[in-house]
Design a protein around this ligand. Structure first.
Ligand code: AMP
Ligand code: MN
Ligand code: MN
Ligand code: MN
Length: 284
């Protein structure tokens, strides 16, 4: 398969912090010309069967997917897993553990917001949650927009939900080695998600790349909804320099919030090895 494939290997449904069902996402992806799709909910694979069935019904090929939250040198990094066996017991247990602290974290986030005069945010955020196991900052952001505290989710993150702000609670997710192992030992490929979005120095980024590869990670997102054109060029170079395959995905969450729609992003640069070439045997 050439890089001209319209592959979208990163998006979210109501099973995590997206607003559409797996079926509605499949329909939208297919209408936008996606050939190969993956639903990559945060820390959760409960939507995989529905997504695979909906992909088949829409004539798209499918790869299983998840986006795992990782703590690396004290910062949160996201690792996308693609093409794993969704029944793998170690992966299921690891994801369940990763989800485990979210409710307590959400209660502490609400306490922080109450202290700056915004009460009731836990209950407010819960009203937007599709999966009770997966309350995320995105649900708080939707509540704070709908209740008129901020004009959009971006403003919520900037003022309230990022490191040092009143609704931010430091959290310990999976380790990098755990996430990569859960994915690869379940037959999948691990991918560093949106590498330009981490606040890393050059040395820290080098450490992430080399440790990721050391653990068996094989790919990096080059074309994503959260990269600028210049960032795409930079991570195309990074992929080549480190011998990593390249992935492509919109990171679509919602028609109202996401500026990049499913499948509507540049093709992978032709000189890179597409991640789906490593996964030909796992495509459904
Ligand atoms: P959590 O896993 O609960 O920490 O939430 C992380 C999610 O918040 C990400 O997957 C994004 O969907 C969303 N997010 C993070 N930063 C921003 C931002 N600056 N603007 C809008 N959404 C964001
Ligand atoms: Mn998200
Ligand atoms: Mn992410
Ligand atoms: Mn994502």
């Amino acid at each position: 398969m050439a890089s001209i494939l319209n592959a979208d290997l990163h998006c979210h449904s109501v099973v995590s912090d997206g607003t559409l069902t797996p079926e509605a996402l499949a329909e939208r992806a297919s209408a936008n010309g996606v050939d190969l799709w993956s639903l990559t909910d945060h820390d959760e694979i409960g939507g995989q069967q529905r997504a695979a069935a909906a992909a088949a019904a829409s004539g798209m090929r499918y790869l299983t997917g998840a986006e795992i939250s990782v703590t690396f040198i004290g910062k949160t990094v996201h690792i996308v897993g693609l093409g794993f066996d969704a029944g793998n017991a170690q992966l299921l247990a690891g994801l369940a553990n990763t989800r485990g602290g979210r409710e307590q974290r959400a209660r502490e986030m609400a306490e922080g917001l109450a202290k700056v005069g915004i009460p009731g945010c836990y209950e407010g955020a819960l009203a937007y949650v599709g999966n009770p196991d997966l309350i995320s900052r995105t649900h708080f952001a939707r509540h704070l927009v709908e209740s008129g505290v901020c004009k959009d989710t971006h403003e919520v993150f900037r003022r309230f939900l990022t490191d040092g702000k009143p609704g931010f609670v430091p959290h310990r997710w999976a380790s990098l080695g755990e996430a990569v192992r859960w994915i690869t030992e379940a037959g999948g490929v691990a991918v560093i998600a949106h590498p330009a979005r981490y606040d890393f120095t050059a040395n820290e980024e080098f450490a992430l790349l080399t440790e990721f590869i050391g653990h068996g990670g094989q790919a990096v997102e080059v074309v994503t909804g959260s990269h600028t054109a210049a960032e795409q060029v930079r991570y195309a170079q990074v992929a080549q320099e480190h011998g990593l395959a390249a992935s492509r995905g919109s990171d679509f969450h919602s028609p109202e919030e996401s500026h990049t729609d499913l499948g509507r992003l540049p093709l992978l640069p032709g000189h890179l090895r597409p991640v789906w070439e490593l996964l030909a045997h796992r495509i459904q």
